[in-house]
Unconditional design. Sequence first.
Length: 137
Amino acid sequence: MTRRLRVLVADDHEAHRRLLDDLFTALGCTVTTVPDGESAVAAGPRFDIVCLDRHMPGIGGEAAARQLQGSAYLVACTSHPEGIDGAFDAILPKPFCCCELAEIVEAASAARRAGRRQRRSTPCAAADAVAKVACRR
């Protein structure tokens, strides 16, 4: 039996944390949420995926990603993806589709199986799990 991916979601908006928690959980992940970049940096190395809001008070997502680089599959979750820092492995643009989230989970899972980080998302192989989540696109 494969271990479930552990996901950390850092976002200063509670509604975004709840939404990502629900969707990652529907995709079979174990999720922890934190409200800021400082908490993400402190907790990040224990997770397979760290999903960071780009703009948070204090330590923002890009600064947190630079500190966590190499310790997890890093995902920028932002409504302004232009000029995003190279420390991220993937970008989840807001608003996002659950299929995009499933691609990120699959890419992180493939990277873990390969024993290394993988920067490219693979095609949506989690279609069965995604079917349980309402996809609006």
